[in-house]
Structures are given as C-alpha cells and as structure tokens.
Write a protein that binds this ligand. Sequence first.
Ligand SMILES: [Zn+2]
Length: 208
Amino acid sequence: MRGAGTPLALLRVDPLATQVEDRCVRCMMRPEVCLCPLPRVPNRTPVVIVRHRLEAFRPTNTARLAALALAQAELYEFGRLGVAGTDAPLRVPGTWLLFPDGPPLAPHAPRPARLLVLDGTWPQARRMAHRLEAVRGLPRFALPAPAEASDRLRTEPHREGMATLEAIAHALSVLDGPEVAQPLLALYRRQVAGVLATRRGQAGLRPA
Ligand SMILES: [Zn+2]
C-alpha cells in the first residue's frame, strides 16, 4: 500500500501502445478514414505531453497524433500512482506550461525552450496542473483566442477551447514558425473531418 503522501508520478508511454479493434494501429481512426501516412514534423522546440489516462482510448484524442507526428515529442500518462514513474521530465529547465490561465507571450521576453501540454478535458487538465507538484512552479503562457472558429469534436467550455494538437500547432507556430504549424493543423482538420464522417455514417443508413 502506498501512503496518501506518495507523489504522483508520470509514466512514459508509447503512443502506439493503445490499440482498439477495427481501428488503424497508428492513427486509431476507422480504416475508411485512416490518416496515414502521418506527417513527420521537424519541430525545434521539444514538446512534452502529459495525457490523462482516460484519454488513451478516446477516438477524438489528439495527443496520440501529436506524439506520432512531431519529431521531438514525449508522451506521458497521468492518473496512476507511479511505481516506476517520475516527474523529472517536468523539471527540465526551460520548460513552460501552455495553459489557458497564463499570460500571453510578450514579444521580447524570454520564451519557452520546451513546451509542456496537459491533455484531457478542461477539469482533468486543471486537476493535473494542481496535483503535479512539478507543474505548479513552471512558468505559464497562454495563446490568444483563435481568430476564427473551426470545427471541433468536443464542446470546449473555456475561451481558448482548443484540442491538444491544435494548441500545440498554434504554440509552435509562434515558437518555431508557421511551417511547423501548418502540417499539424492540416492533420487536425483531417482528423475532425474523418471523425465527423464516421459519425454521420453511423447515424445514417448502413447496410446490415
Ligand atoms: Zn491510420
């Protein structure tokens, strides 16, 4: 038994470790809307994603796609008391948390050298930010609200309301340049279109 004081730790996970029947082994979409081959995006700012464990099996989860598409990305799971886990990845100097309650990046101020993103519903993300001690001390920054509304797969209750892949793309657009963001945003749009097409197919007439 572990005591109540045991710190929560993170487990590094292979994005491909989660598999669902009848879905692509890489992108986890249904075969008729498979997104593969996924782009390989050479980001300069490394990205660390902490995913809530309940997200792994959700077909609308975008952390998997981000972790597979980015050349420099690490995916960790939050939500189990760590046995072999660690929070060392959160303590690397230069790591900043992308979070809706942070200030915007100032034009000539220091910038993140490493980007941390919490992946989950908004209440899950808030809880992760609170419960991971190493996260509490990190500098935070927020993105401006998107200029235009785009199709999304979930109703987002907060202002920025972006999916993880979309938020990473916008942050890397600022940090690394729009050429890094563009293939990520294109991938996100294809995922949204694929999931919506699947939903329409399931709701409509289908041969038995
Ligand atoms: Zn695929």
